[in-house]
Design a protein around this ligand. Structure first.
Ligand code: F6R
Length: 625
């Protein structure tokens, strides 16, 4: 996760974060250049704003890298023609700053004798960078990755060899990483290390491979082994040695045979990108929460000076904004107005001036309605804050300050992982503002910190405990022709988003309402068996939603409820229950409670024979008005 600001002073402190692809090849004979090129093409779905490869030849590191898609960089630099039997490669998805050659991987140390590629986030890179610069190292990029090359360089001065130098460097890192190193003085090996970011090793004959994902080496070998967190591996052409980072102790690891086709492997073994992306959320939410505090501060400062604040977006991004309004009001005691971008200027243009701040949320950063509204606000003198998944997008160029949500490319047209990441960043911004305004106590702040730490487990726990249950609910309701989603308080946003997912993927008319409002009109629709889905965490709205469930029950609606594990009031009134974790802080519930609704929408689309990755009439980025 990273943030960029338009202020030059802040730009120099920027950090690169990414969801990239890394690869490595070590051979007995032949050239790794063409194999690296092929593996990077297969990993291009992980990122595609810049590419680079490095090999070791005659005691020197050869390196080629540049911005652009792989095809473009290949025709310019002929990266596939690099010679050498040992090499590493990288395809980047920048989430920090416009992609540049300087920030492209591989990165090297001062002497160019160590090269590294990285997927993940080094959280403590700022302090490491300061220490390294104080020791005389010269860093050339703005990435977090480059510090690791210099850390290894520093360790190599102790004459301990590459493996030990990498191991000691890894012990100093906090964050998430899959790193692969080559060294001019030890040309026969690649050393890699993993924590939280994916890394898999392909075991060949007279050749070994590493990659972020299996498709990278699938045409060459189907024998693979997985590195676990806090493990490292040393690859030579005829051996793979797995070790624990902490102790250096060698670990026995059985290889397995990959049965997947290349296409299935590209989807991580899932039948669709959407399902893969739903399951990525424990990681992408964690990455979203890794936003550097300094950049949250920049946004909070702009917000604290504003006399009027709008949250601007379309579709799913708008629902993240709706949820965030509860956070801004309850934590920071600040009124913010969420607005659908296409209505913004007509509804509020007359109120926008230089004291207005418009916090704009757009996964793609290219949605035409959103950009038009932003330009309208800019013309009236407003400050523009941007939250997006695509660095270098138009939104980043129009924003005075922007933050990347670090979700990696989202291939499914329906937004899933980008919704939870957007909301996670928005709630962090609200909390930062609250701290600045002294509107939250330390006990509450601690509760949020604990909640943030638990979110990945809550999501993965829900996925594993509810997937079969949701599939059963889908089967039972697959003949229904319309659905209604109801929630109160912050769960209104969850209901809105659950409804959008179902509607856009299953082509079923669906309704979402604040539950309290349903008796003012919607209730006339309800008849026996009409499916109503209640989002009912045990927050301050809980006692009221029980009454709404009863209203629907009295009209013989078919009630499906999302309730906490210890629920004893809504669950008994429900025909189907989706059990959610207990004690999720109310303002974090959208991140967890949306997950089964994403699964429900996915399941309905598949059951009806529709392709959830490509719903009809929709585009991933809507660039028309
Ligand atoms: C729904 C969906 C769309 C987008 C909307 C805004 O699943 O993906 O509703 O959320 O088109 O797109 P961005 O966030 O790119 O501005």
């Amino acid at each position: 996760m990273l943030i960029i600001t338009s202020a030059n002073s802040a730009k120099s402190r920027l950090k690169a974060r990414r969801m990239c692809g890394i690869s490595g090849v070590v051979l007995t004979t032949g050239e790794v250049g063409p194999l690296l090129l092929d593996s990077l093409k297969r990993l291009e779905y992980r990122g595609y704003d810049s590419v680079g490869v490095a090999t070791v030849v005659n005691g020197k590191i050869l390196l080629k890298k540049d911005i652009g898609k792989i095809g473009e960089v290949e025709s310019k630099l002929r990266i596939g023609e690099l010679s050498g039997t040992t090499g590493i490669g990288h395809t980047r998805w920048a989430t920090h700053g416009a992609p540049s050659r300087e920030n492209a991987h591989p990165h090297t140390d001062c002497n160019g004798s160590v090269a590294v590629v990285h997927n993940g986030i080094i959280e403590n890179f700022m302090e490491l960078k300061q220490q390294l610069e104080a020791a005389g190292h010269v860093l050339r990029s703005r990435t977090d990755t480059e510090v690791v090359a210099h850390l290894v360089e520093e360790n190599l001065k102790l004459k301990i060899g590459l493996v030990e130098a990498v191991r000691r460097a890894a012990l100093k890192l906090t964050g998430a990483y899959a790193l692969a190193f080559i060294c001019a003085d030890e040309p026969e090996k690649i050393v890699c290390v993993r924590k939280e970011s994916p890394l898999v090793i392909g075991v060949g004959s007279g050749a070994n491979y590493l990659a972020s994902d299996i498709p990278a080496f699938l045409p060459r070998t189907r024998t693979a082994l997985l590195l676990e967190d806090d493990e490292m591996a040393v690859l030579t052409c005829n051996q793979v040695l797995v070790m624990k980072v902490e102790s250096g102790e060698v670990v026995a690891r059985e290889p397995f045979t990959v049965e997947w086709s290349v296409e299935t492997a590209t989807k991580g073994g899932f039948p669709h990108f959407m399902l893969k992306e739903i399951y990525e959320q424990p990681l992408t939410v964690r990455n979203a929460l890794r936003t550097q505090p300094i950049y949250l501060e920049l946004m909070a400062s702009a917000l604290s000076r504003a006399s009027r604040i709008f949250l601007l977006a379309c579709g799913t991004s708008y629902h993240a904004c709706v949820a965030a309004t509860y956070g801004f009001a309850n934590l920071a005691k600040v009124e913010v107005t969420p607005v659908i971008a296409s209505e913004f200027i007509d509804a509020y243009g007359a109120l926008v001036d230089k004291d207005t701040v418009v916090l704009t949320v757009s996964q793609s950063g290219e949605t035409a309605d959103t950009l038009t509204a932003v330009r309208g606000a800019k013309d009236r003198g407003a400050t523009i804050l941007g939250l997006t998944n695509v660095m270098g997008s138009t939104l980043t160029r129009l924003s005075d300050v922007y933050i990347g949500q670090n979700s990696g490319p989202e291939r499914g047209v329906a937004a899933t992982k980008t919704f939870t990441a957007q909301y996670a960043v928005l709630i962090k911004i609200a909390l930062t503002l609250a701290r600045k305004r002294n509107t939250v106590g330390s006990a509450d702040l601690q509760r949020f910190e604990d909640g943030f730490n638990q979110l990945p487990q809550w999501i993965s726990g829900t996925l594993s405990s509810q997937k079969d249950n949701v599939r059963r609910i889908v089967e039972k309701n697959s003949d229904k022709i319309s659905f209604c989603f109801l929630g109160r308080g912050i769960s209104v946003a969850t209901a809105l988003e659950g409804r959008l997912k179902l509607l856009e993927l299953s082509y079923l008319p669906a309704i979402a309402y604040p539950a309290g409002e349903s008796k003012h009109g919607f209730i006339s629709v309800v008849e026996e068996g009409y499916p109503v889905i209640f989002v009912a965490p045990q927050d301050e709205a809980y006692s009221k939603i029980i009454g709404n469930v009863m209203e629907m029950k009295a009209r013989h609606a078919h009630i499906v409820s999302l309730v906490e594990g210890n629920d004893d009031q809504v669950a008994p009134l429900s025909d189907e229950v989706i059990q959610m974790p207990s004690a999720v802080p109310p303002l974090l519930t959208p991140i967890v409670f949306i997950v089964p609704l994403q699964l429900f929408a996915y399941g309905m689309a598949v059951t009806k024979g529709y392709d959830p990755d490509f719903p009809r009439n929709l585009a991933k980025s809507v660039t028309v008005h």
